[in-house]
Each structure stands twice: as C-alpha cells, then as structure tokens.
Ligand binder design. Structure first.
Ligand code: COA
Length: 331
C-alpha cells in the first residue's frame, strides 16, 4: 500500500493587519493583556466581501504553484472550516468553482480547530486505498465577521484571525516517507464549553431579534476549561502518534501545534520536554485561524527550509467539540 506524501503546501492571509490596540476602540482591553495572556500581537481580517472560499482559492493557487501543477490535476477537494461562507452548501463546492473545476468530489469537514487533522486522516485513507491520487486539503476561516466586538465578547474576539492554508497530497512509492499515522479523538460531553448556539436548526424559528439581542450568534467559551483540556489532550495525542510508530520526542524535528494560544503551545512543549527549536509557533502574527492554522504554519516551515526530506514532523490540534488529534509525517 502506498503512503501519502505532502506534494506541496501554500497559504494566504488577507492584507488587513489588525493590531491589538485597535480593539480598545470597541471594548475594554489592552495590548498588554492580549500579549501576556495569548502571545498574539496582530491578526489578519478579510476585506468586506472577501469570503473564506476566496482565501482558500488563493492558498490553493500558491500550493499549486509550489507543486508545479494546475488546478485540473486535482481529483478531490477536502475543505475544512468552522466558518463556512453559507449555512449550506459547504465551502468545498465554492472553492471548486473558484478554481474553475467541475465534477470532482468536494468533502466538507466540520471539526473546528482539529479540522485539518481530521481532513488529513480521510485524505490519507483515500490515497492509500487508491481512490484518489491528487487530494487538495484546505483549511480556511473568516472569523472577523462573527465576533462580538463589545466587552462582552472580548475573551474570544481578540484571539481569532482570518486565513487559509492548503496542502496537495498524493501517493509516494518511497516506503520510508509520508503520513505515518493519524489519531483522531472527540468528547461531545464538553461541546458547550466552546460553541456557537445560533445558525443551526435547534431553534424554531431559527433566528429571532431576541436571539440576536442576547448574542446567541456569537461564539462563547469557557477559556480556562479549554486551556486545561488543550494542554492535556494535545500531549496525549502526540504521545499516541509516537508510540504507534515506535518513536520518541527526541525523533521530532518539528512539532506544529494548532495555534490556539502561545501559552497553550508553551505548556504542551514543556509537558513533552521539547526544545524551542522543535516547536513552531506563528500565532503572534495571525491569531487563532482554526482549521487553517496548521497548514499555514506548515507552509511557513517549508518555505523557511525548516523541514528536509526524511524529517519527522508531528501535527496536533485541539478544539471545539471537543475534538483533538495528531498526525506523524516523515517529510
Ligand atoms: N481583555 C481584557 N480582559 C479580558 C479579556 C480581554 N480581551 N478577555 C477576558 N478578560 C478578563 C476577563 O473578563 C476576566 O475578568 P474578571 O476577572 O474581571 O472576570 C479576566 O480577564 C480573567 O479572565 P480569564 O478567562 O480567567 O482569563 P484567563 O487567564 O483564563 O485567560 C484566555 C483567558 C482566553 C486567554 C485563556 O483562558 C485561554 O487562552 N483559553 C483557551 C482559549 C483557546 O485557545 N481557545 C481556542 C481553542 S481551539
């Protein structure tokens, strides 16, 4: 059975940079609070009318260019997001249309911050089984249109940013390389610790002025609980990846944790006993871009020459659901 390799990666973030200080015009916060609690100094916000699928299309174009491929070479799209352009259909078909493609399948993955790892697991299985040979895996998010910018929503509004990351995956004949394993986990008993009530079908009518007045269309989070679970579950998922492959933390060239909060990444690093050069973080510049954070970070590492053929890179994520997971990849 062939293994799945990353043929290329690419990312795109909107031009508009939003610095921490900007939030003080809307809410009671400060650059100092945001930086010390989260490590974030800036994030990107999409321009008016710029949709998640637009960001995804730009990221895909970069990944195609890096691969020396054309959109027509792709035979499947896996689109991961918690912020779809519309309630339905999912973003995959809009991305397909924007790439000028037709007929190829488009799968939408709704696993929030763990979306890219869930999507990678599906893509890996398809490629290994021979069903598809060139899978485009994308994580794309627009959070900026859905944040409560009043003081009520300050814990979440400052954390998130917009962006998209893409990877093109295919089979490799080199048995030593590629995706070694993926581990996926979920615990629905904790769903409301990080969630958004409105937008689904639970309410009839689905949306009223009272709902909007109460802010039910904004995401809410029990920050401390999320922090506690994230810093426990990500190391566990990485440990599962290493154990499955008979590897140890010393074998890790790069750990790319989902970029939720720099303090979370630092605690994961400490708990796993990893050196600074073994962990990549870029949340300082982009905030939390949910399903896009891992592919954005991955492409930055590739472009900076931090990954050579044969290096072990481990991806891990945790997010709403709760969902969490890991992937071990021999680059
Ligand atoms: N600016 C200023 N003050 C803020 C603030 C902001 N942007 N957001 C929250 N606060 C306030 C709170 O209202 C609270 O005030 P109070 O003590 O008067 O009630 C105080 O800061 C402390 O809040 P708390 O939630 O206890 O802070 P914390 O130390 O837990 O840090 C987070 C908050 C959000 C940074 C932290 O909980 C966290 O990172 N959690 C995980 C978040 C995450 O990664 N989510 C996505 C997962 S994929």
């Amino acid at each position: 059975m062939p293994r799945t390799e990353f043929i290329s990666t690419g990312f795109y973030v909107p031009e508009r940079v939003v610095y921490n200080d900007e939030f003080t015009q809307w809410m009671d916060t400060s650059d100092e609070w945001i930086r010390t609690r989260t490590g974030i100094t800036e994030r990107r916000w999409a321009a008016e009318g710029q949709l998640g699928s637009d960001l995804a299309a730009e990221a895909t174009k970069v990944a195609l260019e890096h691969a020396g491929m054309r959109a027509g070479d792709l035979d499947c799209i896996v689109y991961c997001t918690l912020s779809p352009d519309y309630f339905f259909p999912g973003g995959g078909v809009y991305l397909q249309r924007k790439l000028g493609l037709a007929d190829i399948p488009c799968l939408d993955v709704r696993n929030q911050c763990t979306g890219f790892i869930y999507g990678l697991s599906v893509a890996d299985a398809w490629i290994k089984s021979g069903q598809y040979n060139r899978v485009l895996l994308v994580g794309a998010e627009v959070h900026s249109t859905g944040m409560d910018l009043s003081t009520r929503g300050r814990d979440l509004a400052v954390l998130f940013g917009d962006g998209a990351g893409a990877a093109i995956l295919g089979p490799t004949a080199d048995a030593g390389r590629g995706v070694l394993s993926t581990h996926l986990f979920a615990d629905g008993s904790q769903a409301e610790l990080l969630w958004c009530d409105l937008g689904g079908t639970a309410h009839k009518p689905r949306m009223t002025p009272e709902h909007l007045e109460a802010g039910l269309h904004f995401p809410v989070m029990q920050g401390r609980e999320v922090f506690k679970h994230a810093t426990t579950k990500m190391p566990e998922a990485v440990a599962a990846a290493l154990a499955t492959n008979g590897l140890s933390t010393a074998d890790i060239k790069l750990l790319i944790p989902h970029q939720a909060n720099l303090r979370i990444s630092e605690m994961v690093q400490r708990r796993m006993g990893l050196r600074d050069d073994q962990v990549y973080n870029n949340i300082q510049r982009y905030g939390n871009t949910t399903a896009a954070s891992i592919p954005i970070a991955l492409d930055e590492c590739v472009q900076a020459g931090r990954l050579a053929r044969g290096d072990l890179v481990v991806l891990t994520a945790f997010g709403s659901g709760f969902t969490w997971g890991s992937a071990a990849v021999r680059w």
